[in-house]
Design a protein around this ligand. Structure first.
Ligand code: NAP
Length: 248
């Protein structure tokens, strides 16, 4: 990737879970990282912990469901850094209860899920786009899920073809919509240096899964990090997991 050094990255929902480790791994690669989250104390503590190990990490308050919070974050990044090289849209929620039928999940959970997992990402991305356009090699990474994949959900041999993973319809649909947004934005930006990609981290042992999962957090974070650091000849508009293309 071309451009001046250091690159500046913003990671949403980075006070804990995979976002925090994406921040750590990017900082270890020499990127200046804005570790963001909606709770001031949580981002301050998380950034301080990484700074204490010598990493260039700054806290930033950003609630992706708040227009005012997004505007304040954009103003801060513009004033301090003048541009944004990497935006990792990692913040997400899974609030549905396992075990219910798809038709049993209440509508308010659909709305809340889409407010964060789709509308929050779209609004944050559009707001930061002018600063990303100022980068010589902008990268936008949307942290999706295998549960976004309609091909996987429809495959009776898939682990998603199970009562457990069919009980999160709003979460799954919000990530399918995020994938669609990824493709649309990549199309709009196809003539620019900016690359927009969706990633499936893997089933990872975070709070979202109450600690269950196949991957430890650093492994789960690694796909997002790789796509954030893509070379100029890397893909755009793709959906990947650890270097492999995931079926839409
Ligand atoms: P997590 O441990 O639950 O962390 C979620 C993060 O998102 C937290 O920092 C949370 O902040 C933040 N967040 C939620 N709403 C926010 C908002 N409105 N504004 C800003 N930050 C907000 O989850 P995770 O497992 O690390 O998940 C990270 C991403 O990976 C998510 O997009 C998730 O859907 C995706 N994913 C996870 C898995 C998995 O197996 N874990 C698999 C596929 C995809 P608070 O601390 O303030 O709540």
């Amino acid at each position: 990737m071309s451009g001046q050094s250091p690159k500046t990255a913003l990671v949403t929902g980075a006070n804990r879970g995979m976002g925090r480790d994406i921040a750590r791994q990017l900082a270890e690669k020499g990127v200046r990282v804005l570790l963001s989250g909606r709770d001031r104390d949580a981002v301050t503590e998380a950034a301080a912990a990484l700074r204490s190990t010598g990493l260039d990490v700054e806290p930033l308050v950003l609630d992706i469901t708040s227009t005012d919070s997004i505007a304040a974050a954009v103003a801060h990044v513009e004033a301090e850094y003048g541009r944004l090289d990497i935006l990792v849209n990692n913040a997400g929620i899974r609030i549905e209860e396992y075990g219910k039928q798809p038709s049993e999940q209440p509508l308010h959970q659909w709305r809340e899920t889409f407010d964060t997992n789709l509308f929050g990402v779209v609004e944050t991305t559009i707001a930061f786009l002018p600063l990303i356009r100022k980068s010589p090699a902008g990268r936008i990474v949307n942290v999706s899920s295998l549960l976004a994949s309609l091909a996987t959900h429809s495959d009776p041999t898939s682990y998603a073809y199970s009562p457990m993973f069919k009980s999160l319809p709003a979460y799954s649909a919000s990530k399918s919509a995020l994938n669609s947004w990824t493709v649309h934005l990549a199309y709009e930006l196809r003539g620019t240096p900016i690359k927009v990609n969706a990633v499936h981290p893997g089933y990872t042992k975070t709070d979202m899964n109450d600690g269950a999962g196949d991957l430890d957090i650093p492994e789960g974070a690694s796909t997002g990090v790789a796509m954030a650091l893509l070379d100029d000849d890397g893909p755009t508009g793709s959906y990947v997991h650890r270097g492999d293309v995931v079926p839409w």
